[in-house]
Design a protein. Structure first.
Length: 364
C-alpha cells in the first residue's frame, strides 16, 4: 500500500534513462531467474513433448528479426523488459535451450512452462513442466554454476539474483473452471488456499536454494480474457456479436480475492524472513490490465475483448498459426491471442507497476 501511495503521488520518480541500459547503476541484481507459466515462458515448451507451443508464426512477429521464440505473444514478455532495464541482457532465454553459454546461464534464464500451474494436476492436462520440476531444474542450474565457477561465486550470484514467479491463471481457466475434477473436491475458496499453499512451497524452495529477492505476480483479470468471455458467457451472442462481449465479473472477482490472499501470505512470509535479508514483493498484474481495458483509448488501444490472432475469440497456441488471420497492428490490441497480452500490454504492465519495484531493489 505504501509503495502504491508513493508511486501514484509521484514521490518515486521513474526515469528510464536514469538507469543505463548496460546496468552501470545496477549494483544489486546479478541475474534474472524466472518460474511460472506462459506469461514468462520464453521457449521451454519448445523442448517438451506438448501441443502447447508457440514457436511458429505469427508468434514473435514483433520480436527482433521476427523470430517465433516460443513466447506466447507478438514480441517480448515483461521479464524481458526487466532484464533489459537492469542491464543484464536484452531478453531472457529458456533454460532448456541446449545451446546456452555459461555467460547466458549466469545472467539468468526462464524455467517457466506455458500451460503449467501451481496445482500439480494442471500441467498434466497439457503435458508441460510442473512447478516442482522447475524447482528441480533450478537446483540442477545451481550445480552447473558451481561446477563452472565455484561454490562461493555461485552462492553470491544466487543471493543477488532477482527471482520472478508468475503462475495461477491456468489453474482456474484450464483446470478449475473448465473441468469438474477439482470442483468436486474444492470450493473456490478452498481451491484458492490449495494454490496458495503450493505457491508458498515454491517460494520456500527458492529461499532454501539461496533466493533473497523474489517477485511474485498475482492473477490478471481472468474475466476479461477473450477465451474466458467466449467460453463462459451465458449468452451465445458473444461469439457472433463483437459489441456484446464484456468482462465477466464472476471470474474477475475470483482473481481479486486470490490476489488479496496472496498479498497477505507474502506479507507474512516477508515478516518471518526479513531479518535474514529476504525481500518479497507482490507484482500487481490485475490493476494495470483492467486499467488498460477500461481506459483503452488513453493507451492507444482499439480492441480490448478479442485477440489480434484469428477471430480473437478462442485462438491460442496451435490454433493461432501461420494460416491464421492476424490484425495489421497489434499495438491497437490489449490481447495478442485469446489468452495472452500483446508486447505493448506487457510493456505497460512493466512500466506501470514493476519498474518502481525494480528501482527500489536496485537502489537498495
Amino acid at each position: 500500500a505504501l509503495l502504491s501511495f508513493l508511486h501514484f503521488s509521484g514521490i518515486i520518480s521513474i526515469n528510464a534513462q536514469g538507469l543505463s541500459k548496460h546496468g552501470t547503476l545496477n549494483k544489486n541484481i546479478s541475474a534474472l531467474l524466472v518460474f511460472g507459466d506462459s506469461t514468462v515462458d520464453s521457449g521451454n515448451n519448445n523442448f517438451v513433448s506438448t501441443i502447447f507451443k508457440s514457436n511458429f508464426p505469427p508468434y514473435g512477429r514483433e520480436f527482433p528479426n521476427q523470430i517465433p521464440t516460443g513466447r506466447f505473444t507478438d514480441g517480448r514478455l515483461f521479464t524481458d523488459f526487466i532484464a533489459s532495464y537492469v542491464g543484464i541482457k536484452e531478453d531472457v532465454p529458456p533454460y532448456l535451450d541446449p545451446t546456452l553459454s555459461m555467460r547466458e546461464l549466469m545472467t539468468g534464464v526462464s524455467f517457466a512452462s506455458a500451460g503449467t500451474g501451481y496445482d500439480p494436476l494442471t500441467p498434466m492436462l497439457t503435458n508441460v513442466i510442473p512447478i516442482s520440476k522447475q524447482l528441480e531444474y533450478f537446483r540442477d542450474y545451481n550445480k552447473r554454476l558451481e561446477s563452472a565457477t565455484g561454490k562461493q561465486r555461485t552462492k553470491n550470484l544466487i543471493n543477488n539474483a532477482l527471482f520472478v514467479v508468475s503462475a495461477g491463471s491456468n489453474d482456474f481457466v484450464v483446470n478449475y473452471f473448465a473441468l469438474p475434477t477439482r470442483r468436486k473436491s474444492y470450493t473456490v475458496s478452498s481451491y484458492q488456499q490449495f494454490l496458495l499453499q503450493h505457491c508458498k512451497e515454491l517460494i520456500q524452495g527458492l529461499w532454501d536454494e539461496g533466493a533473497r529477492k523474489i517477485l511474485v505476480a498475482g492473477l490478471p483479470t481472468l474475466g476479461c480474457l477473450p477465451a474466458v468471455i467466449t467460453l463462459f458467457s451465458n449468452s451465445s451472442t458473444v461469439i457472433h456479436d463483437h459489441l456484446q462481449r464484456r468482462c465477466l465479473e464472476q471470474y474477475s472477482s475470483v482473481a481479486r480475492d486470490y490476489n488479496r490472499l496472496l498479498q497477505n501470505d507474502l506479507n507474512f512470509m516477508q515478516l518471518s524472513i526479513a531479518s535474514q535479508g529476504a525481500r518479497i514483493f507482490y507484482l500487481d498484474i490485475y490493476e494495470p490490465l483492467i486499467h488498460m481495458i477500461e481506459e483503452h483509448e488513453s493507451f492507444g488501444f482499439d480492441e480490448t475483448n478479442v485477440g489480434c490472432c484469428g477471430t480473437g475469440y478462442l485462438e491460442a497456441s496451435f490454433l493461432c498459426n501461420p494460416k491464421s488471420y492476424v490484425c495489421s497492428d497489434a499495438s491497437k490490441y490489449v490481447f495478442w491471442d485469446s489468452l495472452h497480452p500483446t508486447e505493448k500490454a506487457y510493456y505497460n504492465v512493466f512500466n506501470g507497476t514493476i519498474r518502481p519495484i525494480i528501482d527500489l531493489i536496485i537502489n537498495n
